[in-house]
Design a protein around this ligand. Structure first.
Ligand SMILES: Cc1ncc(COP(=O)(O)O)c(C=O)c1O
Length: 376
């Protein structure tokens, strides 16, 4: 209690937090975390879909420590250890052609926006209601939520928003000024909204008929979260650009933009001092090795959650699960934490579960029991 209170005071006086917080986590291992008071939780938040290999996976820790002893940073003026190796692996698992690295999901989206503009010579974008793509100025411009975008208007690039799932509306909005359509294959921040079967195929067709690019934001859905490396791989749709981050390096800050053949930056068109540094690349390579091993089990684990929570109409694809809870959501989140399970409220009263992909069946059953108890 004392540690948390002293931190709370420091925080209140010196820090500008993005969100209000109650719990201070100090340790994690696998799917469990512990707070400053020693309370244990099963973590169904996983740093918001980030810690897919669980907390402090020994192979990820070893890869980071080994690399830290060799070279922590060298900038992008030199070849970076592990960078080419990681780009190759990302290209292989995504079926794309080349990779570009960033430090976050928003920055990956900035890269996608810049590349779409430079490749098409067009300026405008189309995105979807309730979509979330980041909080930097460019990524915010294609993010819908009025409460977070409107205070920062005017934003660039110009973006038209279409109801998520409305293909007719999309086709009316895309035109020969549209550089790209930006779409999440499942909307995460919106509360795990899974579109109809033909939606993404329809987006592709609409883009094709106007020469616009299709940018698929897999920052939250990618890297195995839904049971495949990318959520778009549940369809036959081939995007032009894919953004990745969150689960890519087990919590080491990293993002990536992967592009199909024919789309790439020319030297010095885009870059970042830290992006794709040696530590991030080492962490990502180790992360991908672990995910490769657990990926075949993700669908069954998601199904176990879905069945366990079936009384509450969950929406699930792999280990990305939304439960419509309504206004009770913050109370349910609190009650779960009190009983040792961390869950998170996404938009519109949707409880979001995005646990580590390594979570065990026993941990799932325990978490489901607590969540059902809190839902009553
Ligand atoms: C779909 C999607 N895109 C982009 C982002 C932004 O990523 P970051 O917070 O790493 O900038 C997020 C973050 O929640 C996201 O869910």
């Amino acid at each position: 209690m004392e540690i948390s209170n002293s931190y709370r005071e420091l925080d209140a006086r010196y820090y500008m937090p993005a969100f209000s917080r109650e719990i201070m986590l100090t340790r994690g291992l696998g799917s469990k975390v512990w707070d400053a008071d020693g309370n244990e939780y099963i973590d169904c938040v996983a740093g918001i879909a980030v810690c897919s290999t669980g907390h402090c996976h020994p192979r990820v820790v070893r890869a980071i420590c080994d690399q830290a002893r060799e070279l922590i940073h060298c900038s992008n003026l030199y070849y970076v250890p592990h960078q080419g190796e990681l780009a190759k692996v990302l290209v292989e698992i995504t079926g794309m052609h080349k990779a570009f690295f960033s430090n976050s999901g928003a920055e990956a989206m900035e890269g996608a926006i810049k590349l779409a503009r430079i490749a098409t010579g067009r300026k405008d974008f189309v995105a979807f209601t309730h979509g979330f793509h980041g909080r930097t100025m460019g990524s915010l411009a294609v993010t819908h939520k009025p409460a977070i975008r409107e205070p920062f208007m005017p934003l660039e690039p110009r973006c038209t928003f279409v109801e998520y799932g409305d293909l007719d509306g999309l086709c009316r909005s895309v035109n020969d000024q549209t550089a790209a359509v930006v779409v999440e294959p499942i909307q995460g921040e919106a509360g795990v909204i899974i579109p109809g079967d033909d939606f993404l195929k329809g987006v592709r067709e609409c883009c094709d008929s106007h020469g616009a690019l299709m940018i698929v934001d897999e920052v939250q859905t990618g890297m195995g979260r839904t049971g495949k490396w990318l959520a778009i791989q549940h369809t036959n749709v081939r995007p032009d650009l894919v953004t990745l981050a969150k689960g890519i390096a087990s919590g080491f800050p990293m993002g990536a933009l992967v592009a199909r053949e024919g789309l790439e930056f020319k030297t010095s068109q885009h870059g970042s001092t830290f992006a794709g540094g040696p530590l991030a690349c080492a962490a990502a390579l180790a992360t991908i090795e672990v995910i490769r091993e657990v990926l075949p089990g993700v669908a069954a684990k998601g199904e176990r959650f879905r069945k366990g929570l079936s009384a509450h109409s969950p929406r699930a694809r792999g280990l990305m699960i939304g439960v419509p809870v309504g206004e009770r959501c913050p109370g349910v989140q609190k009650e779960c934490a009190k009983n040792g399970v961390l869950v998170n409220c996404a938009a519109d009263g949707n409880l979001r579960l995005v646990p580590p992909l390594v979570i065990s069946p026993e941990e799932i059953d325990q978490a489901v029991g607590v969540i059902n108890g809190a839902l009553g």
